[in-house]
Design a protein around this ligand. Structure first.
Ligand SMILES: NC(=O)C1=CN([C@@H]2O[C@H](COP(=O)(O)OP(=O)(O)OC[C@H]3O[C@@H](n4cnc5c(N)ncnc54)[C@H](OP(=O)(O)O)[C@@H]3O)[C@@H](O)[C@H]2O)C=CC1
Ligand SMILES: CC[C@](O)(C(C)=O)C(=O)O
Ligand SMILES: [Mg+2]
Ligand SMILES: [Mg+2]
Length: 343
């Protein structure tokens, strides 16, 4: 089994006396900044004036412009959207880095795909939480944490790995497990997971199930509860005890259906498509497409996003959730805050 490190395995003195600049205060940024601060570390948040700046100040953070925050920091964690990192890095981060600083990321995309080429006199590492930022924060507040991967791309000080581990511990990941990786492995597995399983695979599975039932004449409300609402409750069981515990809790009828019908839906053919998705990630084809889409101001992204938001499952879901006051969003959606950062 791979070596998994926990809270007590990690010495964090190496991060004490260092200043950490968290650049960005969105999903990951607010969680890292607050968790680091509450773990006793010296944090400055780097931002432009706007919603995130106001929020970070309301939260009691020390907020400065990106160049100022970087200039005074020893460790610079870049938590801007991936597609904006290169420009901000070139214009505001790189000119303010000093020899011996550490440049850090929560996802390896821009380093792995050579969109950011760091100077040779700084450490470069990643600490990649395997969770949405809001859960990085929420679990920390609950006294728990989410797993993180850490990896070193460049080590000029000889301290890169120990600083990365101390950082991962400070955001709460020592309570869930910290695992060593490379920028390549983190980037490729993270992109694959979100595309094929966690986000793309799941949302399409849910929509297809919903459409199959409604097109056959069943009530949309029944289809919503069956294919979306109950999913969380089933996934919670998997989270707590794996597939076995989920199958222990469901009826034997459901378990038999799982065994005989599941493979009719997700099977070798699906796996072949998954391999194609992985291959596009590995060759850089996906990254190239995403970079070009942003350069063209996201024509496809915006059109698909608009169509998806009008899907019947979203309309019926909104009405049903309004009648369940205990089901509420713990954060505003990107749409509600209009800007990109949603903290
Ligand atoms: N979302 C997640 O849960 C996960 C994300 N990651 C990685 O973490 C990184 C951050 O992603 P995420 O947290 O989703 O990002 P968000 O989109 O949530 O955060 C955006 C933040 O960046 C700020 N920002 C945008 N442009 C600028 C600029 N020009 N100058 C200064 N600040 C700016 C925004 O401020 P403003 O309000 O001013 O727009 C906002 O605070 C990415 O590398 C991502 O892959 C890794 C694991 C999970
Ligand atoms: C699953 C999506 C993710 O990779 C994440 C929350 O871990 C992301 O990029 O947001
Ligand atoms: Mg991820
Ligand atoms: Mg990701």
């Amino acid at each position: 089994m791979a070596k998994v490190l926990y809270h007590n395995d990690i010495q964090d003195e190496v991060l004490k006396g260092k200043k950490v600049a968290v650049v960005g205060y969105g999903s990951q940024g607010h969680a890292h900044a607050l968790n680091l601060k509450e773990s006793g570390f010296d944090v400055v948040v780097g931002l432009r004036r706007g919603k995130s700046w106001d929020k970070a100040e309301e939260d009691g953070m020390n907020v400065k412009s990106v160049p100022e925050a970087v200039a005074e920091a020893d460790v610079v964690m870049v938590l801007l959207p991936d597609e904006l990192q290169t420009k901000v890095y070139e214009e505001q981060i790189k000119p303010n880095l000093e020899a011996g600083n550490a440049l850090a990321f929560a996802h390896g995309f821009n380093i792995h795909f050579n969109q950011i080429v760091p100077p040779s006199n700084v450490d470069v590492f990643l600490v990649a939480p395997k969770a949405p930022g809001h859960l990085v924060r929420r679990t920390f507040e609950e006294g728990a944490g989410v797993p993180s991967l850490y990896g070193v791309y460049q080590d000029v000080t000889g301290e890169a790995a120990s600083v990365a581990l101390a950082y991962a511990k400070a955001i709460g990941s020592g309570r869930a497990g910290i695992l060593e990786t490379t920028f390549q492995e983190e980037t490729e597995t993270d992109l694959f997971g979100e595309q094929a399983v966690l986000c793309g695979g799941l949302s399409n599975l849910v929509k297809s199930g919903f459409e199959t039932l409604t097109e056959a004449g069943y009530q949309p409300e029944v289809a919503y509860f069956e294919c979306l609402h109950e999913l969380k409750l089933i996934v919670d069981l998997m989270y707590e005890g794996g597939l076995e515990y989920m199958r222990y809790s469901i009826s034997d009828t459901a378990q038999w259906g799982d065994f005989v019908s599941g493979p009719k839906v997700v099977n070798e053919e699906t796996k072949e498509r998954m391999k194609e998705v992985l291959s596009d990630i590995q060759t850089g084809a996906f990254a190239k497409g995403w970079i070009l889409e942003n350069q063209a101001n996201r024509p496809q992204f915006n059109a698909i996003n608009d169509k998806e938001s009008k899907h019947q499952i979203e309309e019926v879901g909104k009405e049903l959730r309004a009648l369940m006051p205990f089901v509420k969003k713990s954060t505003k959606s990107k749409k509600e805050v209009v800007t990109h950062g949603s903290n």
